[in-house]
Ligand binder design. Structure first.
Ligand code: FAD
Length: 459
């Protein structure tokens, strides 16, 4: 090991694993070592909700890169290894592997420690400072295992939080014939991504017997002996309390970057609570990089720091960390667009950029259009609703949200326009491919821009 450079990565999630792969591609000679405290090699967190319903049959199907894969790639993966301390002066890592203390010298270090679920303050949620049995987060295979075994003896569930993970979890519980209620504190579903009008369109597509209580705070859990009996949801407007009987509860209330180790090592933590990194994924400490959910980076539109929590951006930052730590060069854009997608009850949704509430310092004009995937005379057209937000002074697209046919593809096109700094006058003239069985002559996303262009010219 002696003469080669040691690149050490803490964490083998999407960022850790990706950073290792790109470090290896960039430098064939270095020692690349991943230290992971869990027992699984790199697996997909994004697939976890679909194991609940059985769409993904087995939890082990989530594993993307096995221990053998890492071995073949000449990357040393050490599982069940928890990093406890970093001495940045000696460039030394102190870790524990099954009670054995290990010390590893690093030349380059990459933090890929991810994030931890946020636990909201709910009465009786904890006993002796531990979350009670029957209340679960959904972040790891370990959490999944607990939910899978609970489901076998349950009929009812409550999911707290109506963001992506909450809704994906609720849908998969519903598909497993578990009577499910979602409690959301804010006034609409997908509150951090979608505007209220788009959320309403989406809510219409969700079956009515999957109850969603928006504007409700989960306040108290009631137990019957050792089992959960119910949860109280308080209407934030009227203060009226509703008791919801349930066998178990899933917390989908967001995450917080896991920055403990990095902070102790002296890495700067930013205003959004993540490790501060630049466009090369470098931290403020020499030879130390960070990537993924443990970091914060800038929003492309607002230029404000934010934690992102998307697998796609985690992988981008990890590519930068892997390449730059191994002698190559990879520069990230000045901020992240935060392009996202999902599917609820066969309806695709997607978006890019901030929602309207996060653009309140901008002068925004917007339009929404309901179209069809095919010309009206061609059978089988599927609905598409698309909303675009444009910065009035510059005519640049600031964000977009879509529900329905090929939502992600449409949003990806808009993401391309934003990254290419294309203004709306150019984008609205985009020539899109047309044939009746495939698409209409004018696509919904360019029609919305025509509407906005008209609005802008009247102003
Ligand atoms: C249910 C669910 C669904 C999702 N769906 C999507 C989706 O559809 N699209 C999307 O873009 N994103 C999605 N995400 C988000 C995406 O999964 C995350 O952004 C991504 O996993 C972040 O990867 P990461 O490597 O930064 O962090 P993690 O995957 O959290 O990995 C961090 C790793 O570090 C290890 N670690 C931490 N501390 C130490 C230590 N001291 N010593 C050793 N190891 C340590 C942890 O054990 C962990 O394995 C979803 C997330 C969840 C939970």
């Amino acid at each position: 090991l002696e003469n080669k450079e040691n690149i050490v990565i803490i964490g083998c999630g999407a960022s850790g694993g990706t950073a290792a792969q790109f470090a290896r591609k960039t430098n064939r000679k270095s020692n690349i070592i991943i230290l992971e405290k869990g027992k699984y090699p790199q697996y997909s967190k994004c697939g976890i909700p679909y194991v609940i319903s059985g769409i993904i049959p087995e939890k082990n199907d989530l594993i993307e890169f096995s221990e053998e894969w890492f071995k073949k790639a000449n990357i040393q993966l050490s599982l069940k290894t928890i990093v406890e301390k970093i001495d940045t002066k000696k460039q030394l890592i102190i870790a524990k592997k099954e009670e054995k203390r290990i010390e590893i010298k690093y030349d380059k270090l990459i933090f890929a420690t991810g994030a931890k679920p946020f636990v909201p303050p709910i009465q009786n949620l904890k006993e002796d400072n531990k979350i009670i049995k029957g209340v679960y987060s959904l972040r790891t295979i370990n959490d999944l295992e607990k939910i899978l075994s609970t489901i076998k003896k349950s009929k009812k569930a409550v999911v707290i939080g109506a963001g992506f993970i909450g809704l994906e979890t609720a849908e998969n519980l519903y598909k497993k014939n578990i009577e499910t209620v979602v409690i959301e504190a804010l006034d609409h579903i997908m509150p951090n991504s979608f505007d209220i009008d788009m959320s309403k369109v989406l809510k219409e597509k969700i079956p009515k017997d999957l109850e969603i209580l928006t504007n409700h705070l989960a306040t108290r859990i009631n137990k019957n002996h050792d089992k959960i009996k119910s949860i109280i949801a308080k209407n934030k407007k009227t203060n009226e309390e509703t008791e919801i009987h349930t066998d178990f509860i899933v917390l989908a209330t967001g995450v917080k970057p896991d920055v403990k180790l990095a902070k102790e090592a002296g890495c700067e933590i930013g205003d959004a609570g993540g490790i501060k990194v630049n466009n090369k994924s470098e931290t403020n400490i020499k030879n130390i990089y960070a990537a993924g959910d443990c970091t914060e980076y800038y929003d492309y539109i607002t230029a404000k720091p934010k934690t992102i929590g998307l697998g796609s951006t985690a992988v981008r930052q990890a590519i930068a960390a892997g390449i730059n730590s191994s002698g190559g060069t990879y520069i990230l854009p000045k901020g992240f667009l935060s392009t996202y997608t999902s599917e609820f009850f066969n309806v695709e949704i997607a978006g890019v950029g901030p929602s309207q509430k996060d653009l309140n310092e901008f002068d925004i004009v917007n339009a929404k259009y309901n179209g069809l995937s095919h010309p009206h005379y061609f059978p089988g057209g599927k609905p598409i609703t698309i909303k675009i937000l444009v910065d009035k002074p510059t005519g640049m697209i600031a964000g977009a949200q879509a529900i329905g046919d090929k939502a992600a593809q449409r949003i990806n096109t808009i993401a391309c326009a934003i990254l290419g700094e294309m203004d709306i006058e150019t984008f609205r003239k985009l020539e899109t491919a047309y044939a009746p069985p495939v698409s209409p002559t004018l696509e919904a996303e360019t029609i919305v821009c025509d509407i906005i262009s008209k609005k802008l010219k009247k102003i």
